[in-house]
Design a protein around this ligand. Structure first.
Ligand SMILES: [Zn+2]
Length: 136
């Protein structure tokens, strides 16, 4: 008896068994390559179903990746703020988001809006522009 597995994503009959599957995980500039995952994979759409053990391993590594990326972001925000010699409340005045926004970013309670990160990265490279904002 041959058993074909159906892909839950595209409906294709004929998922392929892989005992050494590789996944490249990326998140905000952090990346990790996971090897030796086992499961069934669809040759048509590329989607897959990991075995429970691999699924747990995948989730654990992914969580860790996200934690590392967030920790790096928190440190980066603090480093740039200090480089610009701003207090947390001065920095919050500059970028909006409320009086406590920066202490919340730096504690990792919330992630800043992309516009805030872009502004910080610009000011990191061109700190002299801060005077122009303050003058405006
Ligand atoms: Zn498929």
């Amino acid at each position: 008896m041959t058993m074909t597995r159906q892909c839950m994503s595209c409906g294709h009959h004929g998922m392929v068994r892989d005992e050494d599957h590789q996944e490249h995980l990326r998140f905000n500039g952090e990346s990790v390559v996971l090897t030796g995952l086992t499961g069934w994979f669809c040759p048509v759409c590329g989607d897959g179903e990991l075995d429970p053990e691999s699924s747990v391993r995948f989730a654990t590594v992914q969580d860790d990746l996200i934690h590392r990326a967030r920790a790096r972001q928190r440190e980066e925000i603090r480093r740039i703020r200090k480089k610009l010699r701003l207090t947390q409340s001065e920095a919050a005045k500059l970028t909006g988001g409320g009086r406590n926004a920066f202490s919340r970013y730096e504690r990792g309670e919330v992630s800043p809006m992309p516009a805030v990160l872009h502004l910080l990265h610009l000011l990191d490279r061109h700190p002299e522009l801060l005077q122009e904002i303050e003058r405006g």
